[in-house]
Design a protein around this ligand. Sequence first.
Ligand code: ZN
Ligand code: ZN
Ligand code: FE
Length: 757
Amino acid sequence: MKHKRVKIQISGIVQGVGFRPFVFRLAREKRLKGYVCNTSQGVEIEVVGGKVEVERFIQEITTGKPPLARIVDFKVFSLPSLSYSDFTIRESISNSDRSVLISADIAVCDDCLRELFDKDDRRYLYPFINCTNCGPRYTIIKDIPYDREKTTMQPFTMCKPCAAEYHNPSDRRFHAQPNACPQCGPHLTLHNGEGLPLPCANPIQECINLLRQGKIVAIKGIGGFHLAVDATNNFAVALLRERKHREEKPFALMSYSLQEIERYAFITPAERIHLVSKERPIVLLKKKGDSEISPAVAPRSRHWGVMLPYTPLHYLITRGNFLALVMTSGNLKEEPIAIDNEEAIGRLKGIADYFLVHNRAIYLRSDDSVLKVVGDRPLMIRRSRGYVPVPLFLKREGKEILACGGELKNTVCLTKGCFAFLSQHIGDLENLQTLDFFEYTINHLKKILEINPKIIAYDLHPEYLSTKFALEQKGMKKVGVQHHHAHIASCMAENQIEEEVIGIALDGAGYGLDGKIWGGEVLLANLKSFRRVGHFCYIPMPGNTLAIKEPWRMALSYLYALYGERLGQLKLAFLERLDLNKKKLVLQMIERGVNSPLTSSCGRLFDGVASLIGIRDYNTYEGQAAIELEMIVDDRIGECYPFLIKTRGNTFEISPLWIVKGVVEDLLAGMPPSFISSKFHNTLINIFKDLCLQGRKRFSVNKVVLSGGVFQNVFLLTGLKRALEEEGFEVYTHSSVPTNDGGISLGQAVIAAAKTS
Ligand code: ZN
Ligand code: ZN
Ligand code: FE
C-alpha cells in the first residue's frame, strides 16, 4: 500500500466551531495518524496513511466541515514520511501574528434542540443549551484568543459532566466555550416592573402566562433585550406602541415554526431558506389576508417582518403557546438596544410590565438582522446579529483602515488584508448613548480583530458625529469621502468590481461637494474618484430636517417651484387640508431662502409625491411616506409621465417639476393614488434608463451600479435593473451589504484604500 504524509494549513473561521473534533473523527475514520492543532492563523493538520485515504481526507475536510466553519485559505504540503502512533489533538501553537476569525452568534442547532425537548436528557428544557455548532459567540467575547476565560461565561465553573464533554475530542461540546447545564450554567429569573425579583419555580411558564394575559415582558436574548407581547392581542400591541413611543413603524414577529408563520404570511422557497438559516434574520414576508395577527403590528404595510426562534429560550416560550409574539428591540426610540440587566430595568421601566432576565452577561450588543428577498437574492436591510463579524471579501489585499460610516443606521468598517469587517448595526448617531456605543464597538473590533489602523475614512458632512470623531483622532491619515461615492463604492466592493461604472445613487440625503444636500445622483465613478454627471435639479427643503419628518413641506416646495403665485388657483385636496398659517410660513421660508437648504434628493421627491396624493403629510419613522408610496404600486399599470433631462455643460439635470406637474394633472383629473404612484415609479425607471443610455454613449461605460436607501424600494430596484439589462447593461446591486446608509462604511473603506495606495 502506498503511503503519504501531508501537512494542511487552514485559515478562516475554524476555531471554536468544532473543527478539531471534526478533523479528529475524520482522521480516525480513515485510519490516518498524525495530529491537529490550533495555531494563530487557524488550524494545522498533519496526517500519514494510505494515499487514497489521505486524498479523501483532504477532500472531505472541505465538503464535510462543521456548519459554522468558514474556510478562507487551504494549503496542503507533501512531507517525507514519518510515523505517528496515533491521531491526536495537540496543544495550541501560539505565535504573535494572529489571524483567526471569530464566528457570529448562531441559532440553536437541531442536535441541541432535540436534547432540549428530550425528557431523558440532562439538559431537558434548559434554556442555555449550546454546542460547538451553535450558540452565542460575538456578543459574549471580551477578548481573544477565544476561550472561556475571555468570555462572559468565565464566572461559571463547569460541573464534572460538562467538563468531561468539553475535554472529549469526540464530543459535540469539545471546547464549546459557552457549554453549560442546569447544574453549572446560567439561569433565569423573573422580575416585576420595578425590577424586584419574583420568586417562582418556573420563570418560563410564568412568562408565558403573563404574555397570554396581554402583559409586556422584556426578555433578555443574545445581543440585547426584546420587548415581547402576544401579537394576536390588539390591546397589548397598542399598549406597547404607546409606551415605546413608536407610532407606526412595523414590529418584528417571532413564531415557533414555519407552520405557524404560514397561517399569516406567504413564504417563497427562497424566503424559507433565510428564515431557517443559522443566522435567523427577520425576513419581510407578504401578509396573508384576514389573519389573527393584530393589524397594529405593521399598519399600512404589505409585509410582516418575521423570524424563527434562535435561542433555546425563544423555543421554550413560543412552543405550543403563541401563533406569534411581537419581538421588538428593547429600547426607546433612537436609543441603542439595552443589554445589561440593571440598565434594561432602568431604561425599560414603565414600558415592560415584567422582565425575564438571566445571569449570562451580554458583552456586545447586536440587534436582529433584517432582510427581504428580491427575486431569489437576499437584500440586506440591517446586517447585524448572525452575520457580524463574519468578514466580506475584498478583491485585493490592502492596508488596515477604519471607516466611520454615516449618521443614520450607522455601521463602521475595519479592513485587514483582503477582509472587510462591517460592524453590527450601531444606529442613528443622534445621541450620546449611541455615540458611546459607536466608540465602544470600534475599540472592541480593533481589539478582537487585532487591527490597528493608521488610516481613517469619514463622511464629508461636517456635522455628522462620526465625522467629528474621525477628525479628532490623532496620528491617523484622514480621508474624507463623499456620501454617494461611498454608496457606489460599497456596491462595487460587494460585487468585487473596480473598473469605471455609471453609479446611480438615490437616497434621502448626503453632503455634496458643493455643500448642498445631494440624493438623486448619477456618478461616473471608480474607487479612487468620481465625477457627478447627473442629478435632480435643486429644490428648497423648507425647515431643513423638519422637511424630512413632514413630507407636506416638500410637496408645497415642488408646487411653489412649479406654479409660484398661481398656487392659490389650484384646486387640490392637498392644499385645502393644509393649515393656513403653516402654509404661509413655509412659503415665506422658501421665498426668502430661510432655513431652506437646496437638495437634489430622490427621497424627498418620493415624500413630496406621497404627500401630494394624500398618503401622508407627516412621517412617524424614517422613510415612511416613501415606503407607503411603494406599497400602493400596481404593476399592471405601464404608464409614465413625460420627463425632461437638460444638459448643462457636462452634466445632465433632471427636472423633478415635470414629474410633479404630471402628478398634479392626474390629481385634477381624479386619478386614484395607486395609478399615480405606479406612473411615478415607471417614470423614475425611464429617466434613469435614459440617463444610462446617454451616459454609455458619452463615456463608453457599460457597467451600472445601483445603491442608496431608495433602492430598498423593490419595485424601483427590479424595474430599473430589468430595463437596463434589456438594453445590454451589466447591472450590479447590493445583496449582503445594505443599500442604505448601513453600507456606506464599506464604501468609505475601499475608497480610502484606493486613494492611499
Ligand atoms: Zn448545538
Ligand atoms: Zn454543567
Ligand atoms: Fe445615503
